[in-house]
Design a protein around this ligand. Structure first.
Ligand code: NAD
Length: 471
Protein backbone atom coordinates (compact mmCIF):
# COMPACT_ATOMS: atom_id res chain seq x y z
CA UNK A 1 0.00 0.00 0.00
CA UNK A 2 1.25 3.47 -0.83
CA UNK A 3 1.70 5.57 2.28
CA UNK A 4 -0.62 8.54 2.33
CA UNK A 5 0.58 11.99 3.25
CA UNK A 6 -1.90 13.82 5.37
CA UNK A 7 -1.06 17.26 4.02
CA UNK A 8 0.25 18.31 0.68
CA UNK A 9 1.19 21.96 0.40
CA UNK A 10 0.98 23.66 -2.94
CA UNK A 11 2.60 22.96 -6.31
CA UNK A 12 2.53 19.17 -6.10
CA UNK A 13 2.55 17.46 -9.45
CA UNK A 14 -0.22 15.43 -10.91
CA UNK A 15 1.99 12.40 -10.20
CA UNK A 16 2.19 13.24 -6.48
CA UNK A 17 -1.58 13.61 -6.34
CA UNK A 18 -1.93 10.28 -8.13
CA UNK A 19 0.13 8.66 -5.36
CA UNK A 20 -1.87 10.41 -2.68
CA UNK A 21 -5.20 9.28 -4.10
CA UNK A 22 -4.03 5.72 -4.66
CA UNK A 23 -2.92 5.58 -1.01
CA UNK A 24 -6.34 6.77 0.11
CA UNK A 25 -8.02 4.32 -2.23
CA UNK A 26 -6.04 1.46 -0.69
CA UNK A 27 -7.09 2.64 2.75
CA UNK A 28 -10.70 2.66 1.60
CA UNK A 29 -10.42 -0.81 0.10
CA UNK A 30 -8.91 -2.10 3.33
CA UNK A 31 -12.29 -1.42 4.92
CA UNK A 32 -10.92 0.73 7.74
CA UNK A 33 -13.41 3.56 7.11
CA UNK A 34 -16.53 1.40 7.18
CA UNK A 35 -17.08 0.54 10.87
CA UNK A 36 -19.36 2.74 12.94
CA UNK A 37 -16.56 3.18 15.50
CA UNK A 38 -14.12 4.59 12.93
CA UNK A 39 -16.69 7.08 11.68
CA UNK A 40 -17.58 8.10 15.21
CA UNK A 41 -13.90 8.61 16.06
CA UNK A 42 -13.47 10.95 13.06
CA UNK A 43 -16.52 13.03 14.00
CA UNK A 44 -15.38 13.21 17.60
CA UNK A 45 -11.91 14.15 16.34
CA UNK A 46 -13.41 17.06 14.41
CA UNK A 47 -15.32 18.17 17.51
CA UNK A 48 -12.17 17.99 19.63
CA UNK A 49 -10.30 19.94 16.97
CA UNK A 50 -12.91 22.71 17.21
CA UNK A 51 -13.04 22.65 21.00
CA UNK A 52 -9.31 22.56 21.68
CA UNK A 53 -8.37 25.12 19.03
CA UNK A 54 -11.34 27.44 19.10
CA UNK A 55 -9.29 30.59 19.64
CA UNK A 56 -6.78 29.74 16.95
CA UNK A 57 -9.52 28.96 14.44
CA UNK A 58 -11.46 32.12 15.24
CA UNK A 59 -8.28 34.20 15.00
CA UNK A 60 -7.47 32.68 11.60
CA UNK A 61 -10.90 33.60 10.23
CA UNK A 62 -10.54 37.07 11.70
CA UNK A 63 -7.09 37.38 10.17
CA UNK A 64 -8.41 36.43 6.74
CA UNK A 65 -11.63 38.41 6.79
CA UNK A 66 -11.36 41.01 9.54
CA UNK A 67 -14.57 39.53 10.82
CA UNK A 68 -16.00 40.46 14.25
CA UNK A 69 -15.32 37.73 16.83
CA UNK A 70 -18.99 36.86 17.29
CA UNK A 71 -19.45 36.35 13.54
CA UNK A 72 -16.21 34.38 13.18
CA UNK A 73 -17.08 32.12 16.10
CA UNK A 74 -20.76 31.56 15.34
CA UNK A 75 -20.44 30.87 11.61
CA UNK A 76 -17.13 29.00 11.49
CA UNK A 77 -16.99 27.16 14.82
CA UNK A 78 -20.37 27.24 16.58
CA UNK A 79 -22.62 26.13 13.71
CA UNK A 80 -20.11 23.48 12.67
CA UNK A 81 -20.10 22.09 16.19
CA UNK A 82 -23.90 21.96 16.28
CA UNK A 83 -24.09 20.16 12.94
CA UNK A 84 -21.43 17.59 13.90
CA UNK A 85 -23.22 16.91 17.20
CA UNK A 86 -26.45 16.37 15.28
CA UNK A 87 -24.66 13.93 12.97
CA UNK A 88 -23.10 12.08 15.92
CA UNK A 89 -26.55 11.68 17.45
CA UNK A 90 -28.23 10.34 14.34
CA UNK A 91 -25.78 8.74 11.93
CA UNK A 92 -26.07 5.24 13.43
CA UNK A 93 -29.68 5.20 12.28
CA UNK A 94 -28.76 6.77 8.90
CA UNK A 95 -26.28 3.90 8.35
CA UNK A 96 -28.95 1.25 8.79
CA UNK A 97 -30.55 -0.45 5.79
CA UNK A 98 -33.89 1.23 5.03
CA UNK A 99 -36.87 -1.10 4.67
CA UNK A 100 -39.12 -0.81 1.65
CA UNK A 101 -42.35 -2.69 0.96
CA UNK A 102 -42.45 -5.09 -1.97
CA UNK A 103 -44.98 -5.67 -4.75
CA UNK A 104 -46.61 -9.08 -5.00
CA UNK A 105 -44.35 -9.95 -7.96
CA UNK A 106 -41.26 -10.11 -5.72
CA UNK A 107 -42.82 -11.81 -2.69
CA UNK A 108 -41.72 -13.56 -0.65
CA UNK A 109 -38.69 -11.40 0.03
CA UNK A 110 -37.30 -8.29 1.69
CA UNK A 111 -36.41 -5.00 0.08
CA UNK A 112 -33.69 -2.84 1.58
CA UNK A 113 -31.98 0.39 0.58
CA UNK A 114 -28.46 0.03 1.91
CA UNK A 115 -26.28 3.15 2.28
CA UNK A 116 -22.70 2.35 1.32
CA UNK A 117 -19.69 4.69 1.30
CA UNK A 118 -18.62 5.93 -2.12
CA UNK A 119 -14.82 5.76 -1.72
CA UNK A 120 -12.54 8.79 -1.94
CA UNK A 121 -14.30 12.15 -1.86
CA UNK A 122 -12.80 15.50 -2.80
CA UNK A 123 -14.07 18.54 -0.88
CA UNK A 124 -13.16 21.95 -2.33
CA UNK A 125 -13.99 24.98 -0.20
CA UNK A 126 -14.23 28.74 -0.83
CA UNK A 127 -12.77 31.50 1.34
CA UNK A 128 -15.83 33.25 2.74
CA UNK A 129 -16.62 30.79 5.57
CA UNK A 130 -13.31 28.97 5.25
CA UNK A 131 -13.69 26.55 8.16
CA UNK A 132 -17.39 25.81 8.01
CA UNK A 133 -17.43 25.14 4.27
CA UNK A 134 -14.54 22.70 4.46
CA UNK A 135 -15.33 20.92 7.73
CA UNK A 136 -19.10 20.45 7.31
CA UNK A 137 -18.89 18.52 4.02
CA UNK A 138 -15.92 16.59 5.45
CA UNK A 139 -18.02 15.57 8.46
CA UNK A 140 -20.80 14.33 6.19
CA UNK A 141 -18.31 12.40 4.04
CA UNK A 142 -16.64 10.81 7.09
CA UNK A 143 -19.97 9.92 8.73
CA UNK A 144 -20.83 8.13 5.49
CA UNK A 145 -17.54 6.13 5.72
CA UNK A 146 -15.46 7.76 2.98
CA UNK A 147 -11.84 8.80 2.65
CA UNK A 148 -11.52 12.53 2.08
CA UNK A 149 -9.20 14.93 0.32
CA UNK A 150 -9.91 18.40 1.67
CA UNK A 151 -8.86 21.47 -0.32
CA UNK A 152 -9.25 24.76 1.58
CA UNK A 153 -9.21 28.08 -0.26
CA UNK A 154 -5.86 29.73 -0.90
CA UNK A 155 -7.57 33.11 -0.62
CA UNK A 156 -8.08 32.57 3.12
CA UNK A 157 -4.43 31.65 3.85
CA UNK A 158 -4.55 31.81 7.64
CA UNK A 159 -7.57 29.49 7.81
CA UNK A 160 -6.10 27.19 5.18
CA UNK A 161 -2.81 26.90 7.12
CA UNK A 162 -4.46 26.21 10.47
CA UNK A 163 -6.75 23.56 8.94
CA UNK A 164 -3.81 21.88 7.20
CA UNK A 165 -1.93 21.80 10.46
CA UNK A 166 -4.80 20.63 12.71
CA UNK A 167 -6.74 18.12 10.61
CA UNK A 168 -3.96 15.48 10.51
CA UNK A 169 -3.63 15.74 14.28
CA UNK A 170 -7.25 14.84 14.91
CA UNK A 171 -8.24 12.54 12.03
CA UNK A 172 -7.01 9.24 10.62
CA UNK A 173 -4.18 10.32 8.31
CA UNK A 174 -4.41 7.10 6.30
CA UNK A 175 -7.87 8.14 5.19
CA UNK A 176 -7.92 11.93 5.25
CA UNK A 177 -5.59 14.35 3.48
CA UNK A 178 -5.47 18.12 3.21
CA UNK A 179 -4.19 19.66 0.00
CA UNK A 180 -3.39 23.36 0.14
CA UNK A 181 -3.00 25.44 -2.96
CA UNK A 182 -4.57 27.52 -5.68
CA UNK A 183 -5.85 27.05 -9.21
CA UNK A 184 -2.92 25.01 -10.56
CA UNK A 185 -3.01 22.59 -7.61
CA UNK A 186 -6.76 22.19 -7.84
CA UNK A 187 -6.49 21.66 -11.57
CA UNK A 188 -3.90 18.91 -11.04
CA UNK A 189 -6.00 17.39 -8.29
CA UNK A 190 -9.08 17.39 -10.51
CA UNK A 191 -7.25 15.25 -13.06
CA UNK A 192 -7.46 12.39 -10.57
CA UNK A 193 -10.45 10.09 -10.35
CA UNK A 194 -12.57 10.62 -7.25
CA UNK A 195 -15.77 8.88 -6.23
CA UNK A 196 -17.49 12.16 -5.40
CA UNK A 197 -16.57 15.82 -5.71
CA UNK A 198 -18.19 18.28 -3.34
CA UNK A 199 -17.46 21.82 -4.53
CA UNK A 200 -18.48 25.07 -2.88
CA UNK A 201 -17.67 28.21 -4.80
CA UNK A 202 -18.57 30.28 -7.81
CA UNK A 203 -20.78 29.19 -10.68
CA UNK A 204 -17.87 29.78 -13.09
CA UNK A 205 -15.49 27.42 -11.27
CA UNK A 206 -18.39 25.01 -10.69
CA UNK A 207 -18.47 24.54 -14.45
CA UNK A 208 -14.71 23.83 -14.49
CA UNK A 209 -15.14 21.25 -11.73
CA UNK A 210 -18.07 19.54 -13.43
CA UNK A 211 -16.18 19.36 -16.71
CA UNK A 212 -13.20 17.73 -14.98
CA UNK A 213 -15.52 15.33 -13.14
CA UNK A 214 -17.25 14.35 -16.39
CA UNK A 215 -14.01 12.80 -17.68
CA UNK A 216 -14.26 10.16 -14.95
CA UNK A 217 -18.08 10.21 -14.67
CA UNK A 218 -17.60 11.33 -11.07
CA UNK A 219 -20.79 12.57 -9.43
CA UNK A 220 -20.66 16.14 -8.15
CA UNK A 221 -22.37 18.26 -5.57
CA UNK A 222 -22.09 21.90 -6.54
CA UNK A 223 -22.83 24.50 -3.89
CA UNK A 224 -22.70 27.67 -5.96
CA UNK A 225 -23.79 31.28 -5.73
CA UNK A 226 -26.01 33.72 -7.54
CA UNK A 227 -28.21 36.71 -6.85
CA UNK A 228 -30.63 35.95 -4.02
CA UNK A 229 -33.67 38.25 -4.25
CA UNK A 230 -35.54 39.69 -1.29
CA UNK A 231 -39.14 40.65 -1.88
CA UNK A 232 -40.73 43.10 0.56
CA UNK A 233 -44.52 43.37 0.27
CA UNK A 234 -46.39 46.52 1.23
CA UNK A 235 -47.97 44.72 4.19
CA UNK A 236 -44.64 43.63 5.72
CA UNK A 237 -43.48 44.93 9.09
CA UNK A 238 -41.01 47.42 7.64
CA UNK A 239 -39.04 47.86 10.83
CA UNK A 240 -38.46 44.12 11.21
CA UNK A 241 -37.72 43.68 7.50
CA UNK A 242 -35.13 46.50 7.58
CA UNK A 243 -33.35 45.07 10.62
CA UNK A 244 -33.23 41.55 9.23
CA UNK A 245 -32.22 42.51 5.70
CA UNK A 246 -29.40 44.80 6.85
CA UNK A 247 -28.20 42.09 9.23
CA UNK A 248 -28.24 39.40 6.48
CA UNK A 249 -26.54 41.73 4.01
CA UNK A 250 -23.80 43.06 6.29
CA UNK A 251 -22.89 39.79 7.98
CA UNK A 252 -19.30 39.00 6.95
CA UNK A 253 -19.42 42.31 5.02
CA UNK A 254 -21.85 40.80 2.54
CA UNK A 255 -19.57 37.88 1.61
CA UNK A 256 -22.23 35.25 2.25
CA UNK A 257 -23.53 33.02 -0.53
CA UNK A 258 -27.10 33.43 0.75
CA UNK A 259 -26.88 37.13 1.59
CA UNK A 260 -29.86 39.07 0.24
CA UNK A 261 -28.32 40.25 -3.03
CA UNK A 262 -30.97 42.84 -3.91
CA UNK A 263 -34.39 43.97 -2.70
CA UNK A 264 -37.61 44.24 -4.68
CA UNK A 265 -39.85 46.52 -2.64
CA UNK A 266 -43.44 47.43 -3.42
CA UNK A 267 -43.37 51.07 -4.53
CA UNK A 268 -45.69 52.29 -1.77
CA UNK A 269 -43.21 51.30 0.99
CA UNK A 270 -39.95 51.60 -0.92
CA UNK A 271 -38.89 54.94 0.60
CA UNK A 272 -39.94 53.96 4.11
CA UNK A 273 -37.93 50.73 3.81
CA UNK A 274 -34.83 52.53 2.51
CA UNK A 275 -35.05 55.14 5.29
CA UNK A 276 -35.42 52.42 7.90
CA UNK A 277 -32.46 50.46 6.49
CA UNK A 278 -30.27 53.59 6.55
CA UNK A 279 -31.27 54.16 10.18
CA UNK A 280 -30.56 50.49 10.93
CA UNK A 281 -27.04 50.72 9.47
CA UNK A 282 -26.42 53.65 11.86
CA UNK A 283 -27.87 51.67 14.75
CA UNK A 284 -25.68 48.63 14.04
CA UNK A 285 -22.42 50.28 13.02
CA UNK A 286 -22.55 53.93 14.21
CA UNK A 287 -21.96 57.03 12.12
CA UNK A 288 -18.73 55.60 10.62
CA UNK A 289 -18.99 51.82 10.01
CA UNK A 290 -15.26 51.76 9.23
CA UNK A 291 -14.63 52.31 12.94
CA UNK A 292 -17.17 49.73 14.06
CA UNK A 293 -15.78 46.50 15.58
CA UNK A 294 -19.02 44.84 14.42
CA UNK A 295 -18.36 45.29 10.69
CA UNK A 296 -15.95 43.07 8.74
CA UNK A 297 -13.58 43.55 5.82
CA UNK A 298 -13.38 42.35 2.22
CA UNK A 299 -11.16 39.32 1.59
CA UNK A 300 -8.60 41.08 -0.64
CA UNK A 301 -7.86 44.16 -2.74
CA UNK A 302 -9.08 42.53 -5.95
CA UNK A 303 -12.50 42.02 -4.48
CA UNK A 304 -12.55 45.58 -3.09
CA UNK A 305 -11.72 46.85 -6.59
CA UNK A 306 -14.45 44.63 -8.04
CA UNK A 307 -17.00 46.07 -5.61
CA UNK A 308 -15.79 49.61 -6.33
CA UNK A 309 -16.41 48.93 -10.00
CA UNK A 310 -20.00 47.85 -9.21
CA UNK A 311 -20.54 51.28 -7.64
CA UNK A 312 -19.95 53.01 -10.99
CA UNK A 313 -22.40 53.27 -13.87
CA UNK A 314 -25.31 51.66 -12.10
CA UNK A 315 -27.78 54.32 -13.16
CA UNK A 316 -29.42 54.50 -9.70
CA UNK A 317 -29.20 56.78 -6.67
CA UNK A 318 -26.72 56.30 -3.85
CA UNK A 319 -28.91 56.41 -0.74
CA UNK A 320 -26.13 55.74 1.77
CA UNK A 321 -22.54 54.49 1.90
CA UNK A 322 -20.34 54.23 -1.15
CA UNK A 323 -17.03 54.72 0.71
CA UNK A 324 -14.26 52.40 -0.36
CA UNK A 325 -10.76 52.11 1.13
CA UNK A 326 -8.54 49.76 -0.81
CA UNK A 327 -5.76 49.71 1.78
CA UNK A 328 -8.12 48.87 4.59
CA UNK A 329 -10.10 46.44 2.39
CA UNK A 330 -13.19 48.37 3.45
CA UNK A 331 -16.43 48.85 1.59
CA UNK A 332 -19.13 50.72 3.50
CA UNK A 333 -22.64 49.36 3.92
CA UNK A 334 -24.20 50.85 0.80
CA UNK A 335 -27.74 51.18 -0.51
CA UNK A 336 -28.42 51.92 -4.18
CA UNK A 337 -31.95 52.86 -5.14
CA UNK A 338 -33.35 51.81 -8.49
CA UNK A 339 -30.15 50.89 -10.34
CA UNK A 340 -30.59 49.91 -13.96
CA UNK A 341 -31.46 46.18 -14.10
CA UNK A 342 -28.96 45.81 -16.94
CA UNK A 343 -26.11 47.42 -14.94
CA UNK A 344 -23.24 45.26 -13.69
CA UNK A 345 -24.41 45.48 -10.06
CA UNK A 346 -27.70 43.89 -11.12
CA UNK A 347 -26.10 41.34 -13.42
CA UNK A 348 -23.47 39.66 -11.25
CA UNK A 349 -23.50 38.29 -7.72
CA UNK A 350 -22.50 41.24 -5.52
CA UNK A 351 -20.80 39.36 -2.66
CA UNK A 352 -20.18 42.54 -0.67
CA UNK A 353 -22.14 45.04 1.45
CA UNK A 354 -23.88 46.78 -1.46
CA UNK A 355 -27.66 46.49 -1.53
CA UNK A 356 -29.64 47.56 -4.59
CA UNK A 357 -33.30 48.32 -3.84
CA UNK A 358 -35.65 48.29 -6.81
CA UNK A 359 -39.29 49.37 -6.77
CA UNK A 360 -41.93 47.07 -8.13
CA UNK A 361 -45.57 47.92 -8.70
CA UNK A 362 -46.79 44.77 -6.98
CA UNK A 363 -45.94 41.18 -6.07
CA UNK A 364 -46.63 39.99 -9.63
CA UNK A 365 -43.90 42.31 -10.91
CA UNK A 366 -41.52 41.04 -8.26
CA UNK A 367 -42.22 37.42 -9.21
CA UNK A 368 -41.75 38.21 -12.92
CA UNK A 369 -38.42 39.87 -12.14
CA UNK A 370 -37.22 36.79 -10.28
CA UNK A 371 -38.39 34.11 -12.71
CA UNK A 372 -36.89 35.92 -15.71
CA UNK A 373 -33.45 35.46 -14.13
CA UNK A 374 -31.33 32.40 -13.23
CA UNK A 375 -32.73 30.38 -10.33
CA UNK A 376 -31.13 31.79 -7.16
CA UNK A 377 -29.58 30.01 -4.18
CA UNK A 378 -32.00 31.66 -1.74
CA UNK A 379 -35.14 33.76 -1.88
CA UNK A 380 -36.54 35.92 0.90
CA UNK A 381 -40.06 37.22 1.19
CA UNK A 382 -41.35 39.61 3.83
CA UNK A 383 -45.13 39.89 4.16
CA UNK A 384 -47.87 39.69 6.77
CA UNK A 385 -50.05 37.73 4.36
CA UNK A 386 -49.78 33.97 4.27
CA UNK A 387 -51.37 34.00 0.80
CA UNK A 388 -48.74 36.39 -0.55
CA UNK A 389 -45.94 34.28 0.90
CA UNK A 390 -47.30 31.00 -0.48
CA UNK A 391 -47.98 32.61 -3.85
CA UNK A 392 -44.38 33.83 -4.12
CA UNK A 393 -42.99 30.45 -3.04
CA UNK A 394 -45.24 28.62 -5.50
CA UNK A 395 -44.36 30.78 -8.49
CA UNK A 396 -40.60 31.04 -7.95
CA UNK A 397 -37.83 28.46 -7.72
CA UNK A 398 -34.74 28.85 -5.53
CA UNK A 399 -32.32 26.55 -3.70
CA UNK A 400 -33.95 27.46 -0.40
CA UNK A 401 -36.19 30.16 0.96
CA UNK A 402 -36.80 31.98 4.20
CA UNK A 403 -39.98 33.81 5.08
CA UNK A 404 -39.76 37.06 7.04
CA UNK A 405 -36.05 36.61 7.71
CA UNK A 406 -32.76 36.19 5.87
CA UNK A 407 -30.00 33.55 5.93
CA UNK A 408 -31.51 31.66 8.91
CA UNK A 409 -32.75 28.72 6.83
CA UNK A 410 -29.14 27.47 6.65
CA UNK A 411 -29.19 26.62 10.37
CA UNK A 412 -31.61 23.69 10.92
CA UNK A 413 -29.77 20.44 10.24
CA UNK A 414 -32.92 18.84 8.89
CA UNK A 415 -33.40 21.47 6.17
CA UNK A 416 -31.19 20.28 3.28
CA UNK A 417 -29.01 23.11 1.98
CA UNK A 418 -28.25 23.49 -1.71
CA UNK A 419 -29.00 25.30 -4.93
CA UNK A 420 -31.06 24.64 -8.03
CA UNK A 421 -30.05 25.14 -11.66
CA UNK A 422 -27.15 27.61 -11.89
CA UNK A 423 -27.07 28.08 -8.10
CA UNK A 424 -26.03 24.46 -7.66
CA UNK A 425 -26.98 20.83 -7.61
CA UNK A 426 -27.32 18.43 -4.70
CA UNK A 427 -27.56 19.37 -1.05
CA UNK A 428 -26.19 18.62 2.41
CA UNK A 429 -26.65 19.14 6.17
CA UNK A 430 -28.19 16.47 8.37
CA UNK A 431 -29.16 13.18 6.78
CA UNK A 432 -29.10 14.75 3.33
CA UNK A 433 -25.35 15.29 3.74
CA UNK A 434 -24.86 11.67 4.76
CA UNK A 435 -26.90 10.53 1.75
CA UNK A 436 -24.94 12.82 -0.58
CA UNK A 437 -21.76 10.93 0.29
CA UNK A 438 -23.42 7.49 0.16
CA UNK A 439 -24.51 5.22 -2.60
CA UNK A 440 -28.03 4.10 -1.74
CA UNK A 441 -27.82 0.52 -2.95
CA UNK A 442 -31.07 -1.31 -3.62
CA UNK A 443 -30.99 -4.90 -2.44
CA UNK A 444 -33.71 -7.49 -2.87
CA UNK A 445 -33.34 -10.51 -0.58
CA UNK A 446 -35.11 -13.64 -1.83
CA UNK A 447 -35.43 -16.95 0.03
CA UNK A 448 -34.33 -20.00 -1.94
CA UNK A 449 -37.69 -21.63 -1.39
CA UNK A 450 -40.43 -21.52 -2.63
CA UNK A 451 -39.29 -21.44 -6.25
CA UNK A 452 -42.50 -21.14 -8.30
CA UNK A 453 -41.96 -22.23 -11.88
CA UNK A 454 -44.43 -19.67 -13.19
CA UNK A 455 -41.55 -17.31 -14.07
CA UNK A 456 -39.70 -19.72 -16.29
CA UNK A 457 -40.16 -21.00 -19.83
CA UNK A 458 -41.86 -22.71 -21.45
CA UNK A 459 -44.40 -19.84 -21.56
CA UNK A 460 -47.71 -21.67 -21.64
CA UNK A 461 -51.01 -19.90 -22.30
CA UNK A 462 -51.85 -20.31 -18.60
CA UNK A 463 -48.65 -18.48 -17.59
CA UNK A 464 -49.38 -15.79 -20.16
CA UNK A 465 -52.87 -15.17 -18.75
CA UNK A 466 -51.52 -15.06 -15.23
CA UNK A 467 -48.80 -12.56 -16.12
CA UNK A 468 -51.41 -10.28 -17.72
CA UNK A 469 -53.48 -10.46 -14.52
CA UNK A 470 -50.56 -9.65 -12.23
CA UNK A 471 -49.12 -6.63 -14.12
P1 NAD B 1 -14.19 30.22 -6.33
O1 NAD B 1 -15.08 29.45 -7.23
O2 NAD B 1 -13.32 31.26 -6.93
O3 NAD B 1 -13.20 29.23 -5.55
C1 NAD B 1 -13.66 28.10 -4.82
C2 NAD B 1 -12.57 27.06 -4.78
O4 NAD B 1 -12.25 26.66 -6.10
C3 NAD B 1 -11.27 27.49 -4.12
O5 NAD B 1 -10.80 26.46 -3.28
C4 NAD B 1 -10.33 27.72 -5.28
O6 NAD B 1 -9.00 27.41 -4.98
C5 NAD B 1 -10.84 26.76 -6.33
N1 NAD B 1 -10.65 27.26 -7.70
C6 NAD B 1 -10.69 28.56 -8.10
N2 NAD B 1 -10.49 28.63 -9.43
C7 NAD B 1 -10.35 27.36 -9.88
C8 NAD B 1 -10.13 26.77 -11.17
N3 NAD B 1 -10.01 27.50 -12.26
N4 NAD B 1 -10.04 25.43 -11.22
C9 NAD B 1 -10.15 24.66 -10.13
N5 NAD B 1 -10.35 25.18 -8.89
C10 NAD B 1 -10.45 26.50 -8.77
O7 NAD B 1 -15.14 30.80 -5.21
P2 NAD B 1 -14.76 31.78 -4.03
O8 NAD B 1 -14.43 33.12 -4.60
O9 NAD B 1 -13.79 31.12 -3.13
O10 NAD B 1 -16.16 31.86 -3.26
C11 NAD B 1 -17.16 32.73 -3.62
C12 NAD B 1 -18.26 32.04 -4.37
O11 NAD B 1 -18.68 30.88 -3.68
C13 NAD B 1 -19.51 32.90 -4.49
O12 NAD B 1 -20.06 32.74 -5.78
C14 NAD B 1 -20.45 32.32 -3.45
O13 NAD B 1 -21.82 32.54 -3.69
C15 NAD B 1 -20.09 30.88 -3.53
N6 NAD B 1 -20.44 30.20 -2.29
C16 NAD B 1 -21.44 29.30 -2.30
C17 NAD B 1 -21.81 28.68 -1.12
C18 NAD B 1 -22.90 27.66 -1.06
O14 NAD B 1 -23.01 26.99 -0.03
N7 NAD B 1 -23.72 27.50 -2.07
C19 NAD B 1 -21.15 29.00 0.06
C20 NAD B 1 -20.12 29.93 0.02
C21 NAD B 1 -19.77 30.52 -1.16
Amino acid sequence: MTETTSTVSGSASSHAYGELISGLRSAFRSGRTRPYEWRRAQLEGLLRMLDENEDELVRAVQGDLGRPEIEAFSADVGTVRVEIKHTLKHFASWMKPRKVSLPVTTMPGKGRVVPEPLGVALVIAPWNYPIQLLVLPMAAALAAGNCVVAKPSELAPASSAVLAQLIPRYLDDKAVAVVEGGVSDTTALLEQRFDHIFFTGSTRVGQVVMEAAAKHLTPVTLELGGKSPTIVAADADIDVAAHRIVWGKCLNAGQTCIAPDYVLAEASIRDALVDKMIATIGEYYGPDPKKSPSFGRIINRNHVARLQQLLTNHGGTLATGGDVDLDERYVAPTILVDPDPSSQVMQEEIFGPILPVLSVEGIDDAVDFVVERPKPLALYVFSSSRDTVEDVLLRTSSGGACVNHCVMHILPSDLPFGGVGPSGMGAYHGQRGFDTFSHLKSVLYKPQKPDPKILYPPYTSFKQKLVHKVF
